[in-house]
Design a protein around this ligand. Structure first.
Ligand code: UTP
Length: 293
C-alpha cells in the first residue's frame, strides 16, 4: 500500500495589497484598489472568503500608506453594529468581515518595489511553513474555489503550486508565463517561468493567475534578489530559481477568472456577477438589453 507523505498544512495566506493601483486613478487616490466593490463586496472580501473556504486561518496583509480601510473592513465597527442591532436589522451581511482575533496580521511594505518584495516582507510571519498567496485584484469564481482546488492538489503532490489559465497567444506579454512539462488532468509540471515575455519568447500561452502555494524557501531566494521586468523585484523570477530544487506544478483552475486590476475586467466581473445573482439577475438582464438598444 502506498502512503501519502505527510505535508505541512496551508494555514497562512499572504495578500499583497501595497500596490499603487495607478490604473484606477483617481478612484484609488484615497482608497485601496482592493476595496473597490464588485456589487456589494470589496475585492479583498472575495479573496479572504476563498482563503477561508480552503481552510486557511491566518491572513497576512502586506500594506502601505493609505491602506487602513482594508484593516478597518475586517475590524469591529462598534457604532454600525450597535445601531443595526438596536434597529433589529439583519447583521448577517457583516459576518464575512469578522475574523477571529489574532487572525489578521499586517506588515507594511514601505516602498512598493514589486510583488516579490511584498511577499518577502512577510518572511518573519510566514516562518518555516508553506503558505498561500492571493492577488485580490484577480477575482476567481469557482466551486470549489480556486485555492481549495489548489490545496487539494497540494495534498496530492506537495511542493510549490501556481494556478494557471490559457489566454490567446497575443496577450501573454502582460503576464507571467509557464514552460509546461508533463500534464496529468488539471496538474502540469512546471519546467520554467518567465515574467512578461516577448511574444516570440513565450514558452506557452498558460499564464500565472494570481494564486500560489509556495514553500518557505522562496523567502531565501527573494533575499537580495535584484530587479527584474519593469524594474520591480519579481516573484516569478524567485519561483523560476526554485524549479529543479523542489517540486513545481501548475493547476489549471476550473472556474472563471476576472482581471479586476483592469477597467474592462472590472466591468466584466461586475456584470457577470450581477447576472449570477438571484436578487438582481432579471433586472440586470433587462437593463443590459435596454442599454444595448
Ligand atoms: P499590480 O501589478 O496590479 O500593481 O500588482 P498595482 O499597483 O496594484 O496596480 P496598477 O498596475 O498600478 O494599476 C499586483 C499585486 O501586487 C501588489 C498589488 O497590490 C496587487 O495586489 N503589489 C504590487 C504590492 O503589494 N507591492 C508592490 O510593490 C507591487
Amino acid at each position: 500500500m502506498t502512503q501519502t507523505p505527510l505535508r505541512k498544512p496551508i494555514r497562512k495566506a499572504v495578500f499583497p495589497v501595497a500596490g499603487l493601483g495607478t490604473r484606477f486613478l483617481p478612484a484609488t487616490k484615497a482608497i485601496p484598489k482592493e476595496m473597490l466593490p464588485i456589487i456589494d463586496r470589496p475585492l479583498i472580501q472575495y479573496a479572504v472568503d476563498e482563503a477561508r473556504e480552503a481552510g486557511i486561518e491566518q491572513m497576512i496583509f502586506i500594506t502601505g500608506r493609505g491602506k487602513t480601510a482594508l484593516i478597518d473592513h475586517f475590524d469591529m465597527a462598534f457604532e454600525l453594529e450597535t445601531t443595526l442591532r438596536d434597529r433589529e436589522k439583519d447583521m448577517s451581511v457583516l459576518e464575512p468581515t469578522w475574523l477571529r482575533p489574532g487572525n489578521l496580521v499586517t506588515v507594511r511594505q514601505q516602498v512598493p518595489l514589486g510583488l516579490g518584495h511584498a511577499i518577502w516582507c512577510a518572511r518573519g510571519i510566514v516562518g518555516d511553513e508553506p503558505f498561500a498567496i492571493f492577488l485580490p485584484d484577480e477575482l476567481m469564481i469557482g466551486s470549489p474555489g480556486c485555492m481549495k482546488q489548489m490545496v487539494d492538489a497540494y495534498n496530492e503532490v506537495g511542493g510549490n503550486l501556481i494556478s494557471v489559465l490559457e489566454v490567446p497567444h497575443e496577450e501573454v506579454s502582460s503576464y507571467g508565463v509557464i514552460d509546461p512539462g508533463k500534464a496529468d488532468g488539471a496538474l502540469t509540471e512546471v519546467k520554467g517561468l518567465v515574467e512578461k515575455p516577448k511574444l516570440e519568447d513565450a514558452p506557452s500561452n498558460l499564464i500565472i493567475s494570481g494564486r500560489y502555494i509556495l514553500q518557505p524557501e522562496v523567502m531565501q531566494v527573494l533575499d537580495g534578489q535584484g530587479k527584474g521586468a519593469g524594474g520591480e523585484i519579481q516573484l516569478t523570477d524567485a519561483m523560476a530559481r526554485m524549479i529543479g530544487t523542489q517540486p513545481f506544478h501548475a493547476v489549471t483552475f476550473a472556474g472563471k477568472r476576472y482581471d479586476c486590476g483592469s477597467k474592462i475586467g472590472f466591468v466584466e466581473a461586475t456584470l457577470a456577477m450581477a447576472l449570477e445573482r438571484e436578487d438582481m439577475a432579471d433586472e440586470v438582464r433587462a437593463m443590459a438589453k435596454r442599454l444595448l438598444g
